[in-house]
Every structure is written in structure tokens, then in C-alpha cells.
Design a protein around this ligand. Structure first.
Ligand code: NDP
Length: 482
């Protein structure tokens, strides 16, 4: 336990009773470190400290919040090269993407620093004489934040920054696959002068510490990003009347129309299907392609997939890093078998790759001849696997895009303004991309989906205040009521 990286509870670094090892998925001989696992009583300490700290912070001056959030964001941006390398080392995304993610995480803090100064409410006259009404927002209290491994710093930041900006306390449980980014993040927050316990990092497995956190009656709100099954379990916590916000998986589709720019369509498909090793909730694993350019599109897509450089995340020139874990890689290979068994045609990839280091490398795969009923087109694979579905018309493409239980993002490649406008209005997803990859969103506008992809108020941008605040309506009699 000597070199253990600790949890951050009530303003102190606290060793765990147990610990886990964090290994580099690009090279499993590289031990990044050992990380504390919080005990049940340590989680209770965090919750108790958070409740007390929130009472102070909820009454803090807006400039105090603005200054703290600005400093956190600026440090993240200034150190994005160093922290991005750490992130890539433990998660496996190529270095440039790791650096970009940390920079973006900093932008969430500077954005919400500014939002903390924009806490403007509404006023109204009462229907009764001599009474005025004001409507303002107040913090909700203690927020439990549960984040996934695929965007370990960005997801946590788009939750933690608004939580603090709007006057709440935070108990954060990151994914156990990416504890190094979490500790680095907590160290930055620790440098601020904040009430002890306002921000707590409790590392541990989802099934133990995560479950205890969501069931706790000390938690006023839970913001979760992860898989649908875990999200469903968390929604059950709403039985305590806890406010819940869930961002979950998806099965996004990119429609490629007969009037599109073919090379642009191929480049957006490659980006959306294989970027981040396909481990993005916004990935486009379904490519819905018009029959008139189907063969030309598939030929270029396969050539592009074969040309992608898969390798160690920190190696110069790597475009696709490893899959995050042995478990995830084996699930991906099972989907390749499922596609073959269902009669899809595997045109390239789909095998485990050997590289100089021992890692979880997989060759990007393209299936053609698929239909939308196949498992590979129904289930979120979270894998570098693209499935092409041939359609005969725009109408069929739109129906296929919408034929899913999920609804996070969708996209269309077309030069027709009327088709693009029709698609924008009729795609049943929370985000729509026109002539862009399905992945890649901004930080100052809402993000979320429909169906099984999301539950509760939207995240990000100004919309985040719906979740992180509660509304109070005050009636003020200005004189003797008549
Ligand atoms: P999981 O749902 O397995 O885990 C997400 C988080 O929940 C982790 O911190 C995990 O902890 C924790 N957790 C697991 N079980 C419980 C539980 N019973 N109670 C409380 N917390 C629990 O998802 P992954 O981490 O594997 O992430 C991949 C999934 O996340 C994909 O389905 C993806 O689509 C989705 N995702 C969605 C995004 C969106 O915004 N819509 C963005 C990014 C990912 P631990 O891992 O330590 O066990």
C-alpha cells in the first residue's frame, strides 16, 4: 500500500482498505499505479462532509465560485499535454485525443465559471394586489457523479463543473478502469480554497461503492453516464425521490445519400465508426447507404479502414489505439462471430492484432450485406466495427436510422437542403449532424438523447441548470394586502 494513490474525502487524501492495479491497455507490462478502493464507511464520511460543505458553498459569493472554476479550468488547459498523455496511457486513445480531451475538460470549467455569474431569475406580479413574486434557482444539495472510462476527464468535468457552479457539493465515483485521470483531476481541485468536503473522490467498483452511493438517502441528485443496464438500476434509486439524470448508450446511424460528396461521406464514416476505437456513445456503427453509390462507398470505406494505423496509444502516427480491456476485446470478437453467424459479409478486419507490446489491439472491421434486424445493428457494440445497410431511397434510410431503441445522435450526408432539413426535423435523436461525423459535439450547447439513450434533463450548456438547481418561487407583500 506504500505507493497507493488515495481517495480524496473531506479535504484529505485517504488510503483505501483495498486497492487495484491500473494497467496500460497498449502495454500490459506497464503498471500505471495502484489505486485506493473506498470502504463503505469512507463513502459515508464523504457524504457527511459533502452535506456540511454544501451549506457553506451554497451561500458563497458568485465570484468565489467563478474564481475557483476558472483556476481549475486554466490549470487543466495549461497541463493538457502532460495529463492527456496520462489519460492516453490508461485509457488507450491516441495521444492527440487524450490531450484534446483534457483541454476540453478545462473548457467546461471556464464555461461554467462564467455561468456561475449568470444566475438570473424571473419576476412576476401576483394576481393579488401589492404582492410581487420572484423565481430563483437554488442548489439541489449533494450530487453523486458516476462516470465511465471512455471519456474519463471530459464526462466528469461536464458534470462536476456545473454542479459546483450552481452551488452543490459533489461525491464522484469514476470508473475503476481509469483512476489515474481521476486522481490527477482531484489534485487540481485540491489546490483551490474550497470548503473541506465540497468535492470528494471515492474510487471503487460500481457494484459495491457505486451501488451504495446511488442508494444513499444523503444524495439529492445522481448524474450518471454509462451503460443502459446500470442506468436502469440507478433509475430505481429514484424511488427515494432522488433526482436522476442518465446518459447511456446508443446505436447511431449515418445515412449516406446518393447526392452526397462521396469522399466526405467516407471520411465522416471512418471518423464516426472507428475514432476512439469505436468506444464512443456517439459512434456511428450503422452506415445506411443508398444503393446507387453503395459499392463505390464500400470500396473506399474498406480501403480507408485497412489504412488506419492501429497501435500503442502513445506511439507517433497511431490513429486507433487499443480496446480498453481484455473483457471488452473479447466482447468485440464475439460480435464479429455474431455478424458472421447472422450472414453479414465481413469485408475486412475483425481480428486481434499483435504489436510490439502486449495490448488489446483489434483490426477495424467492416461488415456489408447487413440488415437492421441483426444483433450487430441492434446492440451497442462499443467496438471498431462498422455495419453497412443498403437502402433504396431517402425514406427507407430515415426509417432505418430511426428503427432503434436508442436515440443519441444521427447523421446524414447529402447536398440537398430539403433532405437535410427534413432529416433534421424527423430524425428521432437528441443530436443531428448534417455532413459531419455523428461523433464530435460542442461544450456550450445541450447534449443528450432520446429513447434508451437518455433519461432526465439535458447535460451541458445553459441547459445543465435544470438538473443542478431547484426552483424557488417567493411571494413578497410590499405593503398591507388590500
Ligand atoms: P458502465 O455502465 O459499466 O459503467 C459506468 C459507470 O458506472 C462506472 O463508473 C461503473 O463503475 C459504474 N457502475 C457500474 N455498476 C454500477 C452500479 N451498480 N451502481 C452504480 N454505479 C455502477 O459503463 P462503462 O463504463 O463500461 O461505459 C461504457 C458505456 O457508457 C457504453 O454503453 C456507452 O455508450 C456509455 N456512454 C454513454 C455516454 C453518453 O453520454 N451517452 C458517454 C460515454 C459512455 P466501474 O466501471 O468502476 O465498475
Amino acid at each position: 500500500m506504500k505507493n497507493q494513490k488515495c481517495n480524496y474525502i473531506a479535504g484529505k487524501w485517504v488510503a483505501g482498505e483495498t486497492e487495484i492495479e491500473n494497467l496500460n491497455p497498449s502495454d500490459t507490462s506497464d503498471l500505471i499505479g495502484t489505486y485506493a478502493q473506498a470502504s463503505s464507511s469512507q463513502l459515508n464520511d464523504a457524504l457527511e462532509a459533502a452535506e456540511a460543505a454544501q451549506r457553506t458553498w451554497g451561500n458563497s459569493g458568485l465570484e468565489q465560485r467563478y474564481n475557483a472554476l476558472t483556476a481549475i479550468g486554466q490549470e487543466m488547459m495549461a497541463r493538457s499535454a502532460e495529463l492527456g498523455e496520462l489519460l492516453s496511457r490508461e485509457e488507450g486513445k491516441p495521444r492527440a485525443e487524450g490531450v484534446g480531451e483534457v483541454y476540453r475538460a478545462g473548457q467546461f470549467f471556464t464555461y461554467y465559471a462564467a455561468e456561475s455569474l449568470r444566475q438570473i431569475g424571473d419576476t412576476a406580479d401576483s394576481v393579488r394586489p401589492n404582492i410581487e413574486i420572484d423565481v430563483r434557482r437554488e442548489p439541489i444539495g449533494v450530487v453523486a457523479i458516476i462516470s465511465p472510462w471512455n471519456f474519463p476527464i471530459a464526462t466528469a468535468s461536464w458534470k462536476i463543473a456545473p454542479a459546483l457552479a450552481f452551488g452543490n457539493a459533489v461525491v464522484w465515483k469514476p470508473a475503476n478502469l481509469t483512476p489515474a485521470s481521476a486522481v490527477a483531476f482531484a489534485e487540481i481541485i485540491d489546490r483551490q480554497i474550497l470548503p473541506a468536503g465540497l468535492f470528494n473522490l471515492v474510487m471503487g467498483s460500481g457494484g459495491s461503492i457505486g451501488q451504495q452511493l446511488v442508494e444513499s438517502s444523503s444524495v439529492d441528485a445522481i448524474s450518471f453516464t454509462g451503460s443502459v443496464p446500470v442506468g436502469r438500476g440507478i433509475a430505481a434509486a429514484a424511488q427515494n425521490f432522488t433526482k436522476v439524470q442518465l446518459e447511456m448508450g446508443s446505436k447511431n446511424a449515418l445515412a449516406v445519400m446518393d447526392d452526397c460528396d462521396l469522399d466526405l461521406a467516407v471520411s465522416c464514416a471512418l471518423n464516426g465508426a472507428f475514432g476512439g476505437t469505436g468506444q464512443k456513445c456517439t459512434a456511428s456503427s450503422r452506415l445506411v447507404v443508398h444503393e446507387s453509390l453503395h459499392d463505390a462507398f464500400v470500396e473506399k470505406l474498406v480501403a480507408g479502414a485497412k489504412a488506419l494505423r492501429v497501435g500503442h496509444a502513445l506511439e507517433e502516427g497511431t490513429q486507433i489505439g487499443p480496446v480498453v480491456s481484455e473483457e471488452q476485446l473479447s466482447a468485440n470478437l464475439d460480435y464479429i462471430s455474431a455478424g458472421n453467424a447472422e450472414g453479414a459479409e465481413l469485408l475486412c478486419g475483425g481480428d486481434r492484432l499483435e504489436r510490439a507490446s502486449q495490448g488489446y489491439f483489434m483490426e477495424p472491421a467492416v461488415f456489408a450485406g447487413t440488415n437492421n434486424s441483426m444483433r450487430i445493428n441492434r446492440e451497442e457494440m462499443f467496438a471498431p466495427i462498422a455495419c453497412v445497410i443498403k437502402v433504396g431511397s431517402y425514406e427507407e434510410a430515415l426509417d432505418t436510422v430511426n428503427d432503434t431503441s436508442f436515440g443519441l445522435t444521427s447523421g446524414i450526408m447529402t447536398k440537398s437542403l430539403s433532405r437535410a432539413s427534413h432529416f433534421r426535423r424527423n430524425a428521432k435523436t437528441g443530436c443531428v449532424m448534417i455532413n459531419l461525423p455523428t461523433a464530435g459535439t460542442d461544450y456550450h450547447v445541450p447534449f443528450g438523447g432520446r429513447g434508451d439513450s437518455s433519461y432526465g434533463p439535458r447535460e451541458q450548456g445553459g441547459y445543465a441548470k435544470e438538473f443542478y438547481t431547484t426552483v424557488k418561487t417567493a411571494y413578497i407583500a410590499s405593503g398591507d394586502p388590500q
